[in-house]
Design a binder for this molecule. Structure first.
Ligand code: FAD
Length: 395
């Protein structure tokens, strides 16, 4: 291999791609990150509408990457409780940090803040940024892969990481197909001001049209606020996206029926189409897929970005050990083992969220009778409660 050859090329500077590039560079590898749009700078006064519930294992990953203090020091809302209930009746499913012996269950963090801080850390770690640019071609050989960029540049590396989102070009260039379905729903997101404090708790109510989640967020100038993700049938989402604010708040209050008192204000709104999409494999030759490039899941369990960061964590483990022993980090047999490990977790999770959506997002009488009781049982039986929590927390 020539001296100018890279160890890894990462396509896409979302959360998964920036974390992968940073981690590989911190392992002493030569890394390039290719991204069409420079990530917008985070600003405290203009909260990003897209927020994530970051699980404890991924907070630990961000700590290991040296990025956690810059993220949490800017704005991260810890949550200590979670309550999930069904509009059809029955007991709620409750997770409580004290009962699970934890200081917090996770953190609500804005997408733009995560990317901004990871991007800065990656630059400081020596990642070569190709931005604005995008991957347009890919060739694989026995000892390396080369990619072509829109700018006409060519890069060669032992490993190519496709972190370029649900419509991944790398996936397409590697000849990897996908399977999935549209949920016929959109996730409507916004910030909502409310009368009572959120008690550092995530609230989620299952409705026939899809779940409605209120995620706690640090107080704004006008008092307590939460970020919402409201999964709605397409036409309903379209209507509510453009409804006047007073009308929107009336319908939201009726749908939530929760303990936050009067809903007093709504920010700008946005809506994202929801679908399940799984790549046929996360690995082909020297190419791996991480994050939404490999799996797009329903947001009802707040796990999308968490699964992506778990792909990255396992990849850093695999590549780091290979680099330490002077082995080829992109050896296809090594990547095949990584693929087996990650694909089973991602496939089980995507189908589990799918099943939950099918059971809860309807008003057929039998599921309504059974599902409320299930939530209550899962909330009251400690071993089941702990097992469900451990799965979500990645611990
Ligand atoms: C309504 C909603 C709510 C959600 N809530 C949660 C939640 O609470 N918790 C959670 O964990 N997840 C949540 N998710 C899921 C989460 O948004 C995604 O899983 C996550 O953003 C995916 O990150 P990523 O880095 O894989 O991809 P992306 O964020 O899509 O980043 C892909 C990047 O690749 C770049 N790119 C595109 N084409 C190319 C190319 N040819 N070459 C190079 N780069 C390219 C793009 O510009 C982009 O920057 C939610 C999703 C929705 C829709």
């Amino acid at each position: 291999m020539s001296r100018r050859e890279l160890d890894a090329i990462v396509a896409g500077a979302g959360v998964a791609g920036t974390a992968a590039a940073l981690g590989l560079a911190r392992a002493g590898l030569q890394v390039a990150l290719v991204e069409p749009r420079e990530p917008p700078a985070w600003s405290a006064g203009d909260p990003d509408l897209r927020v994530f519930a970051i699980a404890p294992d991924n907070a630990a990953l961000l700590r290991d990457l040296g990025a956690w203090d810059a993220i949490a020091g800017a704005r991260a809302q810890p949550y200590r409780g979670m309550q999930v209930w069904d509009a059809g009746g029955g007991q709620p499913l409750v997770f409580d940090a004290d009962r699970l012996g934890r200081r917090e269950l996770g953190w609500i963090i804005e997408n733009r803040l995560l990317v901004d801080r990871l991007w800065t850390a990656a630059q400081q770690a020596g990642v070569r940024m190709h931005c604005p640019d995008r991957i347009t071609g890919l060739e694989q050989g026995l000892d390396g892969a080369s990619v072509e960029l829109e700018s006409g540049r060519r890069l060669r590396a032992r490993l190519v990481v496709g972190a370029d989102g649900g419509a991944s070009r790398v996936r397409e260039l590697a000849g990897i197909g996908t399977r999935g379905r549209s949920y016929g729903q959109r996730g409507l997101v916004a910030y909502i001001g409310h009368e009572r404090p959120h008690q550092a708790t995530c609230w989620q109510r299952f409705l026939p049209g899809g779940p409605l989640a209120f995620l706690p967020f640090p107080d704004g100038p006008e008092g307590p606020r939460s970020s919402i993700v409201w999964s709605l049938p397409d036409e309903e989402a379209e209507r509510l996206l453009h409804a006047d604010p007073a009308r929107f708040l009336v319908e939201l209050s009726r749908a939530f029926d929760g303990p936050l008192g009067e809903l007093t204000s709504v920010s700008a709104r946005a809506a994202f189409p929801l679908r399940r999409q799984l790549a046929a494999t996360q690995h082909h030759g020297r190419v791996v897929l991480v994050g939404d490039a490999a799996h797009v899941v329903h947001p009802l369990a707040g796990q999308g970005v968490n699964l992506g960061l778990r792909d990255v964590s396992a990849l850093l483990d695999t590549a780091g050990r290979a680099a330490e022993s002077g082995a080829d980090i992109g050896a296809p047999a090594r990547l095949a083992r990584w693929n087996r490990r990650r694909r089973s977790d991602n496939t089980v999770s995507a189908h589990a969220f799918d099943l939950i959506d099918r059971i809860y997002s309807n008003d057929a009488p039998l599921p309504v009778m059974v599902r409320g009781h299930f939530l209550g049982i899962a909330g009251r039986v400690p071993p089941l409660n702990r097992a469900l929590w451990r799965h979500a927390a990645g611990t």
